[in-house]
Every structure is written in structure tokens, then in C-alpha cells.
Design a protein around this ligand. Structure first.
Ligand code: 1GP
Length: 255
């Protein structure tokens, strides 16, 4: 029998009461020590989970080191956000088992998933099925995954893909503008997707301020992801300040 796992239940229970904020750490950009410190700060400030992954180099010992350090420094759930089957660590709690629906390369739609499935099972990591959609500009992940990024002025295309994802059984939809995108996913697109799906909506890429976070949450995102703003803050103090402001923007909007 298929059962919803612990992390997914935790997400659903929290979503009854509030919008959620996940911090994304890319092992190619942060050391295990810094990842641990950032996880500690994240937990203190009310972040709901830590995602770990990246498009290039987030594999093997480097990935394991970052996941272990986060687990030792906080009690937040650690969810893998893999670029391929290489992005699996046995130390994580869960994995976004994602299919990149608008890739032109079947490797990113079903291939990497098949190659990683037994590893996820062997390690006992909780898989959370997710539709992953790349929106312009798409940045590194858009290029690496050979995606056809959804044009920013075409919200209906995003809505159609998101609904298709839900109908194929995916229990989360992620709209991704790409890490470091100059602007986040357009509000109109978030609204259009939210209007048609029943599963939680995650939005990430280019969200760096209180205003950004608030706007994205107000438009209908249930879970807001920030990576670059925290990772590239320059100091832990600055990361704390930015995180405080972004969380305020997320939590001010009630579901
Ligand atoms: C990238 O959506 C995430 O996969 C986060 O993006 O690094 O721009 O916050 P940023």
C-alpha cells in the first residue's frame, strides 16, 4: 500500500495554517560548515525545511558532507533537490522525485528517475513526486536540462503543464525561474497556475527580498524557495538579516 511519508505529511499539516519557506543550499556553492551554520539560523528564524541540490557538482562526498552537517546542526527536514540521479544522499530525509516536464530530453523527464529509483528505495529516502517546470529565463538549470522554458508572458502554458502534472499523479508543482534569475516567476503566471491545480505550488528562482517573497506568496505560491539571496549574502549576519525579511514576507500572507 502506498502511504504518504513523514515529510510530505509535515508539509501538508503546516500548509493548513501558513505559507512555507524553504531554503535551498547548493553543495557546489557552500561548504558543509557554512551549510550547518545557515541551517541553524534558518531553524531559529522559522524556515520550514532545507532543500539540498544543484545542477552541477552537487554529488558524492560533497553532497553527503553538506546534508550531514545540516542534520547535525538543525532538526529541520532535509529534502533533496537533485539535478539527476547523482544528486541522492542517504543522509537526507526526503527527495523531490521530480520530472522536468518541459525538457526536450527524456533523460530529465523519466531517465534519471529510473536510474535513481532503486537508490532511493535502498536508502529509505521518502520520495515526493513533483512536476518541475522551467520558466524563462531558466538560468543554469534551464540550459543544462535542455528545457524549452515557458515564455514569461504565457501563463496559460504553465497552467496547462501544471495541471497535466497533477493529472499524472504528481503531488507538488514547482515553478522555477532558475537560480539567480534577475526576476522571479511573473505574478500572473503564479495566479494562473494556482487557479487550476489542487496540489501545493512551490515557486523559486530570483526571490531575494521581503517584497519579492510577499508578492509571490500573495499571488498564490504555497511554498517559497530562496537560495542565492542566502548563500551569497557574504556573511552569516547578512544572511540572517535577509532571511528575517524574506520569512516575514512569506508568513504575512495567510493561506
Ligand atoms: C533554484 O528556485 C531555486 O533552483 C532558488 O533560486 O537561488 O534564485 O533563490 P534562487
Amino acid at each position: 500500500m502506498l502511504r504518504i511519508g513523514k515529510v510530505e505529511s509535515y508539509i501538508h499539516e503546516k500548509l493548513e495554517k501558513e505559507k512555507l519557506h524553504f531554503v535551498l543550499l547548493d553543495p557546489d556553492d557552500v561548504s558543509p560548515e557554512t551549510a550547518g551554520e545557515l541551517a541553524k539560523i534558518s531553524e531559529e528564524l522559522g524556515v520550514d525545511a532545507i532543500m539540498v541540490g544543484g545542477s552541477t557538482g552537487a554529488e558524492g562526498e560533497i553532497l553527503d558532507g553538506v546534508v550531514k552537517s545540516i542534520k547535525e546542526s538543525s532538526s529541520l527536514p532535509v529534502i533533496l533537490f537533485p539535478g539527476s540521479h547523482g544528486g541522492i544522499s542517504k543522509y537526507a530525509d526526503a527527495i523531490f522525485f521530480m520530472s522536468l516536464l518541459n525538457s526536450r530530453n527524456p533523460f530529465f523527464i523519466t531517465g534519471a528517475q529510473a536510474l535513481g529509483a532503486f537508490t532511493v528505495k535502498r536508502y529509505g529516502i521518502e520520495p515526493i513526486p513533483m512536476a518541475y517546470l522551467i520558466v524563462e529565463p531558466g538560468e543554469t538549470v534551464g540550459w543544462v536540462s535542455d528545457s524549452k522554458p515557458i515564455p514569461r508572458h504565457k501563463p496559460k502554458i504553465a497552467a496547462a503543464y501544471a495541471l497535466a502534472g497533477q493529472y499524472m499523479g504528481m503531488r507538488l508543482v514547482y515553478l522555477e525561474a532558475g537560480s539567480g534569475a534577475p526576476e522571479h516567476v511573473p505574478n500572473e503566471m503564479i495566479k494562473a497556475v494556482k487557479a487550476v491545480i489542487d496540489v501545493p505550488l512551490i515557486v523559486g528562482g530570483g526571490i531575494r527580498s521581503y517584497e519579492d517573497a510577499r508578492e509571490v506568496a500573495q499571488s498564490g505560491a504555497d511554498i517559497i524557495v530562496t537560495g542565492t539571496a542566502i548563500e551569497k549574502a557574504g556573511s552569516l549576519e547578512e544572511a540572517r538579516k535577509r532571511l528575517e525579511r524574506i520569512i516575514r514576507g512569506v508568513k504575512e500572507i495567510k493561506p
